[in-house]
Ligand binder design. Structure first.
Ligand code: SAM
Length: 290
C-alpha cells in the first residue's frame, strides 16, 4: 500500500483499543504492549508518537505520552526521536470507528507543488484513471503549475504536453520518464494540436469559483468539451476531468452533447472541497468495442 503513489498517508495497524479519552487510550495501548509485542513494530530504531482524532492533530498529555513511549521502548528496543527522523506511531481516532488505533506510518506525503496546484497524490490518481500506456500522447490543456504533467511524466509516454493561456508551469519532474512540452494557447481551441492526435486529455479546468468565465459556465464547458473531443483519438482516446461537484451534471451533459460516452462520475475531495472526476471516452470508441 505504501508503494501506491497516490496515497498520502498509509498506516500499518498495530493494535486497537476501545475509544475512550486520548490519554486513556494511550495508557491502554501501553498496557497491551507490556503483555505482548504485536507484529508491525519490527525493525524500528527510533520513533515518535503523534495523535490525530477525527482529522485533527491532538496533543497527548505528557504523562500518558511518557507511559506509552516507555512501553514502546521496552517492547522494541527503539529510542524516542521526538524531533522526527525515525518512525511515526500515530494514535488515530475516527468518527464511526469506536476504537483508537495505534498505527505505524508507512508513507509520507510527497512534497506539494506551488499554491493552487493539485497535490502530487491526486495528480497521480488522475493519471492512473487515464490508464497510462507507453505510446500515449498526454495532454493537459489547463496545465496551471503543471502538476498533472509532472505526474504523467513519471511513467513512460510518447509525448507529455501542457497547455496554459496564462500560468507559468513548472515542468521539472524529479522522476521524468518523458520530457514535458509546453504550449501557450487557448484550451478551447488548441490550434497547434491536430485532430485525433491525443491519446489522453487529463485536466483540471477552471471551476468558475475564483475566476469568472467570459460567458456562461455552460458556454465555457460546451466549448471545452468540443475542443477535447476534436483532439482526442476517436477510437482509443480517454478523458479525465476534475470539476467542482456543483458543475458535475452540467459538464457531463456537455460531454455527451459533444460526442463523449457515459461519463463515469467519481466523487473526491480537493482540499476539503467536494469535486468530481469525470472519466469518459469518445462515443465511437465504445461502438468499436474500444
Ligand atoms: C484550476 S487551474 C489548473 C491548476 C493545475 N491543475 C495545477 O495543478 O496547477 C486552471 C488553469 O487554466 C488556465 N486557463 C484558464 N482559461 C484557459 C484557457 N481558455 N486556455 C488555457 N488555459 C486556461 C488558468 O491559467 C489556470 O492555470
Amino acid at each position: 500500500m505504501a508503494k501506491l503513489l497516490y496515497i498520502k498517508n498509509a498506516f500499518q495497524l498495530v493494535l486497537e483499543v476501545p475509544r475512550t479519552s486520548l490519554s486513556g487510550a494511550a495508557k491502554a495501548i501501553a498496557q497491551r504492549l507490556r503483555r505482548s509485542v504485536p507484529p508491525g513494530l519490527e525493525r524500528m530504531s527510533g520513533f515518535r508518537i503523534m495523535a490525530q482524532i477525527d482529522g485533527q492533530l491532538e496533543p497527548l498529555d505528557r504523562h500518558a505520552k511518557g507511559t506509552l513511549e516507555r512501553a514502546v521502548m521496552s517492547a522494541t528496543g527503539a529510542r524516542v526521536m521526538s524531533r522526527g527522523g525515525g518512525d511515526e506511531l500515530w494514535l488515530i481516532g475516527r468518527r464511526a470507528l469506536g476504537t483508537i488505533v495505534l498505527g505505524r506510518r508507512l508513507s509520507r506525503a510527497a512534497k506539494p507543488g506551488p499554491a493552487g496546484s493539485l497535490s502530487p497524490e491526486l495528480s497521480r490518481l488522475l493519471v492512473r484513471m487515464s490508464k497510462p500506456q507507453g505510446g500515449d500522447v498526454f495532454l493537459d490543456p489547463f496545465a496551471g503549475s503543471g502538476a498533472l504533467c509532472r505526474a504523467r511524466a513519471e511513467w513512460p509516454a510518447r509525448r507529455v504536453i501542457g497547455v496554459d493561456l496564462y500560468a507559468e508551469p513548472r515542468f521539472d519532474s524529479p522522476r521524468a520518464g518523458a520530457p514535458i512540452e509546453f504550449l501557450r494557447e487557448d484550451a478551447l481551441e488548441l490550434p497547434s494540436v491536430e485532430s485525433g492526435s491525443a491519446s489522453v486529455v487529463a485536466t483540471d479546468p477552471p471551476w468558475g469559483e475564483f475566476e469568472s468565465f467570459a460567458g456562461s459556465a455552460q458556454e465555457f464547458y460546451a466549448a471545452m468539451a468540443a475542443s477535447f473531443r476534436r483532439v482526442l483519438d476517436p477510437r482509443t482516446g480517454r478523458l479525465v476531468l476534475l470539476v467542482s461537484r456543483k458543475m458535475e451534471q452540467l459538464v457531463a451533459d456537455e460531454l455527451i452533447r459533444a460526442g463523449f460516452e457515459g461519463p463515469r462520475l467519481v466523487p473526491v475531495l480537493v482540499n476539503g472541497h467536494p469535486a468530481t472526476v469525470l472519466n469518459a471516452c469518445p462515443a465511437e470508441a465504445r461502438d468499436d468495442g474500444g
